[in-house]
Design a protein around this ligand. Structure first.
Ligand SMILES: O=P(O)(O)OC[C@H]1O[C@H](OP(=O)(O)OP(=O)(O)O)[C@H](O)[C@@H]1O
Ligand SMILES: Nc1nc2[nH]cnc2c(=O)[nH]1
Ligand SMILES: [Mg+2]
Length: 173
């Protein structure tokens, strides 16, 4: 049974740090795929993690209408109840005909799929794209670039900083 006292990051075990360069490349690769599927009326970013890929994807696709759906679930690395803090605007809802048709939802990743499932309930006909996907959340995503294992924690460049790494012979992992 999973130890509830451990955070998701502690349970993950493996670390997958992503640099700005890598993230930008992965977002561009995602856009190559999305470009074959669109055009999209608007991009909807799932905040906060979806804001960065949404900006890059929207720029590459030439989409200028960008909205947000604000969902909070993880307090750092512990996932709690999902809370929709803000939905999409009436204008965006109208663009998507009420069900999200022709809208592109963007997030940085799917993990358990809880966040993605909630967004899909709100906008069932939208196209859902993420940069990274873990196996549990993968079925919810229409397009993604890189699959990482469920026991991996992804460290995004906006959550990390460069720091000294001791040489291997001094005991570094
Ligand atoms: O598939 P799930 O298990 O639901 O996890 C995926 C979600 O978790 C992270 O967001 P988080 O709630 O940490 O908020 P943030 O984007 O504001 O950092 C990530 O950006 C996804 O939105
Ligand atoms: N940064 C980060 N946030 C997450 N939220 C859910 N899973 C993850 C993950 O692997 N990395
Ligand atoms: Mg998020």
């Amino acid at each position: 049974m999973a130890d509830k006292t451990l955070s998701a990051e502690e349970r993950a075990g493996r670390a997958f740090p992503v640099s700005w360069d890598q993230f930008h490349r992965d977002c561009r690769a995602l856009t190559w795929r999305l470009n074959e599927i669109g055009p999209f009326h608007a991009v909807v970013a799932i905040t906060r993690g979806g804001l960065v890929p949404a900006a890059i994807v929207a720029r590459e696709l030439g989409v200028r209408v960008i909205d947000t759906i604000c969902i909070a679930s993880y307090d750092h690395t512990k996932q709690g109840e999902l809370q929709v803090l803000k939905g999409i605007s009436a204008d965006t809802a109208q663009l998507g005909g009420g069900t999200g048709k022709g809208l592109l939802i963007v997030d940085d990743l799917v993990d358990t799929g809880k966040t993605g499932r909630m967004v899909r309930e709100i906008l069932p006909d939208a196209h859902f794209a993420t940069v990274y996907a873990k196996p549990k959340g993968r079925p919810l995503v229409d397009t993604f670039i890189t699959e990482v294992s469920q026991d991996t924690w992804i460290f995004f460049p906006w959550d990390t900083a460069l720091s000294f790494a001791p040489p291997l012979r001094d005991g570094a992992a």
